[in-house]
Structures are given as structure tokens and as C-alpha cells.
Design a protein around this ligand. Structure first.
Ligand code: FA5
Ligand code: MG
Length: 392
């Protein structure tokens, strides 16, 4: 039958991911530096700090009360990622500026909550833990990366159990106390902040004070009653959390920069051993190189109605577009990108933006020529793809 299998990718154009072809369309925005991360599965690599962190948290939410799922595919439907959780149709998380679309119906999951509804419905126990890689167009700095790992934890409680424990808020606090939130530089300051998620109410986020700023570790809350209802247990109360595994690992091991998790450098990988929390010993401190870039956007880009402004389909420029350009050009050589100035010309209404890019390698000193050529490439993309006019 081999003779009949097609060698040519089927038309219309497709992208091949995890052995399958997906048709692409006007929603597709998946760059190769993201799709190439799919096979890495860092949370499953033995002796990798993310795997050690995952197992440490798993040990505090033991089986069989919690069932573990560590190998769910990152390719999910828009329905799973957003609709099943009650995200309103105009929620910003759905936009192409925030989410990697494979096509209009299919995305790389932006959070492990994408599996909540399915797992509540089909799960064999009242609780579960899902650890997985997740994908977002997002800021560039030492605690944000476009591919990161989350662990979703959830459990159903009977009303009786909740009341016996002093209410659902008390149950959540007690459960969340199992989360490791100590750093290598103890003691850490920790705070709970009220939060909003479309699928939980009430909701909270847990933050820790780290390197001079509040760092968010996780979100949690009581899940909407539609989830236990669709899972056939309308009388139960569901509770869930989603924790960033990199953020916890950064505290546990003292890892100062999220890019390190992707390093293939032995000086990084050989420092960690399964089951052991050890202090990360930095092997490098190479100099940063700050470069500013200021540019005017084409007049249609800052209009709320690009079509009316006569732009040939140009959409407004989003901060995440800048992040994506820099990721594409510089990859892990970009440590941090900040919008440092924004200005609208009072007469022409044109908008000018200025970003500061910090180029720094984790592995070596960058040469001036190298940084200048990266900076030039960023400028070229801004001009050629976004119609920007660079201000010298
Ligand atoms: C969520 O993703 C919700 N799904 C969490 C949740 C689950 C709420 C269940 C209620 C019930 P949020 O966008 O805040 O929430 O992300 C959760 C955590 O992921 C953050 O607290 C942070 O630790 C981590 N995180 C988010 N964005 C990034 C990023 N770009 N890089 C690294 N870690 C990130
Ligand atoms: Mg959050």
C-alpha cells in the first residue's frame, strides 16, 4: 500500500507538526523558532531543573487522589484553549498578537487550563496534575519566555468536605500551602493578590518578592460550576491552580534568567541531579549591551480602524510584534526588551515608539559587530514588514 501514500504535502499549504499536516490560513503566525521547541519537553528530561521541580510538586499532591498527565499534545483547538473555559469572544488572549495560531481553529495551548474541561470529564479520580509546555507571544525579560511550562492542578470536593474544612477558600489555602515557595535565598516574602480568570471565581494569584520585584508564581480559584456540571458531578465544587514551573525552579535553584532552562551547555545541565535541589552556580557573567531603537509607525498602524484609514490590511502595531521580531532575529541573545518611550505627534497624529534592547549571551561575550548587525536586522524587519520609519 506504500505505493499510494503521498510524498507531496497535500495542498492547500500546510505545516507539519508532530507528524501531522495542518492547513495554514490567514490566522497562522507560528515562527520556526517556536515550532522547533515542541520536541524539547524539558519537564520530562531527567535531571533537568524543570523535571526536578515537577516531581517535587507532584510529591506534594500524591496519587491516587491526584492523577498525573505529563504528555498531552500542545496542539489544541480554539475550543479547548478558550471556549471550554468561557473566554469571551473579544478576550485579548485570543488575538494573534498574544497566541500562536496554527490556523483559525487550532493553536499551541497558551495554558494547561486548555485540558481542564476534558480532564474533569474523563478523569478517573477527583484530582489531577497536568504538566506541559505552553506557548505565548509575550514580553522578553528574565522571567518571561515564549515557551514555558505550567502545571495545572485541580480537584473536586463535595460540599460536605468543603464545609467541614471551613469553606472553599480555606480548602484552597490549605492545598496551596503544599506548593514549594521557598527560595535558595530565604526568607521570601509572599503575598496573595485577588485576580480574574474567565473560568474561576473567586480567583487569586500568588506572588513572591524576587530580585527587587514581585514575581507571579501561579493563579488559582474556584472553577465555574459548568465544569463539574459537564463532568457529571454538578454537586461538587471544583478548584484549580496553574503554576509556572520555571518561576518555581528559579526560586528553588537560584536560576537568575529563564533562558538558561533551554541551554544545552554542559556547564548548566551537569549542575543538576534528579531529586536534589541545589544552588545554581553561575558560570558566566558577560557584559550587557544596550541598544535603543526609535521609529515612526505608518499612519494607518495606530488607527483603531486600519481599513478606514486606507491601510492595505495593516493592523495596529502591538508591543508583542516587537518582541517577536527581536526573538526571530536575536533568539536567546536578547535578554530584555522594554518600551521606553511612546509619543504621538500632535499635528500628524503619527505615533513614535522607542524600545531598549539588551543584548547579552549567556555563553560568551558578544562583539560590537555582531550586536550592530542584529540591531540592523531588527530595523530592516521594522521597515520592510511593518512600514516603520526608523528615527536616527
Ligand atoms: C493562567 O495561565 C491560568 N490558566 C492559571 C489558572 C489555572 C488560574 C487554574 C485559575 C485556575 P497566568 O496567565 O497568570 O494564568 O499564568 C500562570 C503562571 O504562568 C504565571 O503565574 C507565571 O508563573 C507563569 N507564566 C505566565 N507567562 C509566562 C511567561 N511568558 N514565561 C514564564 N512563565 C510565565
Ligand atoms: Mg497571571
Amino acid at each position: 500500500w506504500r505505493k499510494y501514500s503521498t510524498k507531496e504535502p497535500p495542498s492547500p499549504p500546510t505545516i507539519r507538526l508532530e507528524g501531522r499536516h495542518y492547513p495554514i490560513d490567514e490566522w497562522t503566525n507560528l515562527p520556526s523558532h517556536i515550532s522547533s521547541a515542541l520536541p524539547r519537553k524539558l519537564h520530562l528530561q531527567p535531571s533537568h531543573p524543570l523535571s526536578i521541580t515537577r516531581r517535587l510538586i507532584e510529591s506534594r499532591f500524591p496519587e491516587p487522589a491526584y492523577q498525573y498527565h505529563n504528555d498531552l499534545s500542545p496542539i489544541v483547538t480554539v475550543h479547548q484553549n478558550f471556549d471550554s473555559l468561557g473566554f469571551p469572544i473579544d478576550h485579548p488572549g485570543r488575538s494573534r498578537t498574544d497566541t500562536y495560531y496554527i490556523n483559525k481553529d487550532t493553536v499551541l495551548r497558551t495554558h494547561t487550563s486548555a485540558h481542564q474541561a476534558d480532564t474533569f470529564r474523563t478523569g478517573k479520580s477527583d484530582g489531577f496534575l497536568i504538566s506541559a509546555d505552553v506557548y505565548r507571544r509575550d514580553a522578553i525579560d528574565r522571567s518571561h519566555y515564549p515557551v514555558f511550562h505550567q502545571m495545572e492542578g485541580a480537584r473536586m470536593w463535595s460540599r460536605g468536605e468543603c464545609e467541614a474544612k471551613g469553606g472553599v477558600a480555606a480548602v484552597i489555602r490549605e492545598e496551596m500551602d503544599r506548593m514549594p515557595k521557598h527560595g535558595i535565598d530565604e526568607p521570601l516574602r509572599v503575598r496573595w493578590v485577588e485576580a480574574y480568570f474567565p473560568f474561576t471565581s473567586p480567583s487569586w494569584e500568588l506572588e513572591v518578592y524576587w530580585q527587587g520585584n514581585w514575581l507571579e508564581l501561579l493563579g488559582c480559584g474556584v472553577v465555574q460550576q459548568s465544569l463539574p456540571k459537564n463532568a457529571g458531578v454538578p454537586d461538587k465544587i471544583g478548584w484549580a491552580f496553574g503554576v509556572g514551573l520555571e518561576r518555581v525552579a528559579m526560586l528553588l535553584f537560584g536560576i537568575p534568567d529563564i533562558r538558561l532552562f533551554w541551554s544545552l551547555d554542559k556547564r548548566f545541565l551537569q549542575q543538576f541531579k534528579e531529586g536534589r535541589i541545589s544552588r545554581f552556580v553561575p558560570f558566566s557573567k558577560y557584559p550587557p549591551c544596550y541598544k535603543d531603537i526609535a521609529f515612526w509607525l505608518p499612519s494607518s498602524s495606530n488607527s483603531t480602524n486600519a481599513a478606514a484609514a486606507g491601510g492595505a490590511g495593516r493592523v495596529p502595531f502591538h508591543e508583542n510584534d516587537m518582541m517577536e521580531i527581536v526573538r526571530n532575529v536575536a533568539g536567546d541573545l536578547a535578554e530584555d526588551v522594554k518600551l521606553i518611550d511612546e509619543f504621538t505627534h500632535p499635528k500628524t497624529g503619527r505615533k513614535s515608539l522607542c524600545f531598549r534592547i539588551n543584548y547579552r549571551s549567556l555563553e560568551r561575550t558578544l562583539t560590537n559587530d555582531e550586536v550592530n548587525s542584529l540591531q540592523q536586522m531588527v530595523k530592516n524587519v521594522l521597515v520592510e514588514e511593518f512600514g516603520a520609519e526608523v528615527r536616527e
